[in-house]
Write a protein that binds this ligand. Structure first.
Ligand code: SAM
Length: 532
């Protein structure tokens, strides 16, 4: 086992990283969480870095570099190569976020009386006037912000999603396990995510080495004894860090976990959760964690220092250069996005940006693990809805006025659900259930205690899959949630895990979910792609 990960939490990158994170606006709340220091593991970091890249020429160069005296600002252990600037030279977000005051640009108009300068009093007047101007300016800016938020709520944009998730209260584990009305569903969803992480996070080398045996666990300590390098993981849409514990339980150890989410309050909570996790750490060494406020579907991720250090190919996708991806491609072993990619299907541009970030961050052989609403379920519900609507119309056989152009009759709006979850389309839906073009099919989703009428977008599976091919992502696995249960419930590890998580009734062996919860769970599917 490599010592850099065997001695507790991995150390964060250099302080330069934190500073850069602040400066480039990757996150207003960004930066490593735990203190960094010079560490004997640095040597291992350098060799980790070398062994992560491929290619004889660069390998030779790195071998030579290995024997050079170490520079003071040696790159982080996570970096594949030193890239101090965003490849696209993105404008720092700080600049674009700050709205310019309309007053600053204004010069006095002819009908505005010019203030006369008076000695003494003049400067006080000037101060008062300055304060007034500032107040009015702030009010105007606040108004503009509120206006933008109102508009975005109507459109269902990112600000609205961010605001919603920021406002979801963080409830304790005890509440989730006992008082929640959907505790069965919560546990089940968590078990599905754990199952995916257990099944697909290990690398091919790791699997080949341990080939289905549980030799990775040392009997005396329960600690992994693998020689394979630990994993570098990126979580797009990590929310409040609910999956951190799952990443601490993987067969192949995790060295680095980077959590990104546009909801800044959630990111704070994820960071707190990570700190707590470090404090309570048991025998198993913990990974290094970094958390940033970031829109992963509307923006390139390459301006986040830790992502630059691990490696991101800015040209992943159609037209990308083979050489660039071969020599400078991504460095992450796993990119995950749980219950989040449906926000990317608002537009083709966002869906492509999401895939470009995924593929750009993954190294060859890396895995993209995700769960999202299953469009097969949506299509069949929509078809069923239209069938019933037509039957109702036929049986009514009443003469009704034709709706005006563009108007969507109440009856035309597909919706379904039960007491704990609801899906509602605000506009027309295709009678055949085929969503063409595949972007922008908005619906609102409601889930008791968790999601209140948040706008989401259909992810039409076939179109999505076709798109992934442009990004060298090859499908390995896809399954509806309830099928995963059928397939894995008797697995020695995963079945036992389901008991520990309260997913299975120990007496009957059945799922601890009501029929309504099962229907809600059936809305989702899970998949895994390999970067080729
Ligand atoms: C249902 S929550 C899931 C959170 C977490 N992955 C989990 O499984 O518990 C959906 C998450 O997607 C995030 N999200 C929405 N739009 C996003 C975007 N553009 N980029 C990254 N994350 C986004 C939300 O802020 C929210 O935290």
């Amino acid at each position: 086992m490599e010592s850099s990960s065997g001695s507790g939490a991995a150390k964060p990158p250099t302080s330069k990283t934190a500073g850069e994170a602040e400066r480039n606006g990757a996150s207003s709340t960004s930066g490593p969480i735990i203190e960094q220091n010079g560490n004997p593991g640095d040597q291992n970091r350098a060799s980790n870095e070398e062994s992560r890249s491929s290619g004889p020429a660069s390998k030779r160069r790195r071998m030579q570099e290995r024997h050079q005296p170490r520079r003071r600002d040696a790159p982080s252990m996570f970096s594949r190569r030193d890239r101090s600037r965003s490849p696209r030279n993105h404008t720092p977000r700080e600049d674009s976020r700050r709205s310019r005051s309309p007053l600053q640009a204004r010069s006095p108009t002819p009908d505005e009386p010019r203030q006369r300068k008076r000695p003494g009093g003049g400067s006080r007047m000037g101060q008062n006037r300055g304060a007034d101007v500032l107040r009015r300016q702030e009010e105007r800016e606040r108004e503009q912000e509120m206006d933008a938020l109102r508009k975005s709520a109507q459109r269902g944009g990112l600000d609205y999603v961010r605001q919603h998730y920021n406002a979801v209260p963080q409830r304790g584990r005890e509440w989730r396990k006992t008082d929640s009305k959907i505790k069965g569903l919560r546990s089940f969803n968590n078990w599905v995510k754990s199952t995916l992480i257990q099944k697909f996070s290990p690398s091919e080398e790791f699997v080949a080495q341990h080939n289905d045996s549980k030799e990775w666990a040392d009997d005396s300590t329960g600690l992994p004894v693998s020689e394979v390098r630990p994993l570098l993981v990126l979580d797009m849409g990590c929310g409040k860090g609910g999956d951190l514990g799952k990443w601490a339980q993987t067969p192949q150890e995790v060295e680095l976990y980077v959590g990104l989410d546009p909801a800044n309050v959630s990111i704070e909570q994820a960071r707190d959760r990570y700190s707590q996790m470090l404090r309570q750490r048991g025998r198993r060494p913990q990974f290094h964690g970094e958390f940033f406020t970031k829109d992963c579907f509307g923006e390139f991720l390459g301006d986040i220092p830790i992502i630059q250090q691990v490696g991101i190919d800015p040209n992943a996708g159609p037209g990308g250069s083979m050489m660039a991806s071969r020599w400078g491609g991504g460095g992450f072993d796993v990119v995950t996005s749980m219950f989040a990619i449906h926000y990317a299907f608002e537009t083709e541009e966002k869906a492509r940006q999401m895939l470009s970030n995924v593929a750009g961050c993954l190294k060859k052989g890396g895995r993209f693990i995700a769960v999202c609403p299953n469009s097969d379920v949506i299509s069949s519900k929509v078809r069923e809805f239209h069938k019933q609507r037509k039957e109702r119309e036929a049986s009514k056989n009443a003469e009704s006025e034709a709706p005006e152009d563009g108007e969507v009759e109440e009856d035309d709006r597909a919706e379904w659900g039960n007491d704990i979850y609801q899906v509602r389309f605000p506009g027309k839906t295709p009678e055949d259930g085929v969503f063409r073009p595949p972007f922008g099919w908005r619906y609102t989703y409601f889930m008791q205690e968790a999601v209140e009428e948040v706008p989401e977008y259909v992810v039409p599976w076939e179109a999505f899959r076709a798109l992934t091919e442009d990004y060298n992502l090859e499908l390995q696995y896809r399954k509806p949630f309830l099928d995963i249960w059928q397939e894995e419930k008797n697995d020695r590890e995963l079945g036992a895990l389901s008991e520990r998580m309260g997913v299975r009734n120990r007496a009957t062996g059945e799922l601890n979910m009501t029929e309504e919860e099962k229907e809600a769970a059936g809305f989702y599917h899970a998949f895994c792609f390999y970067k080729v």
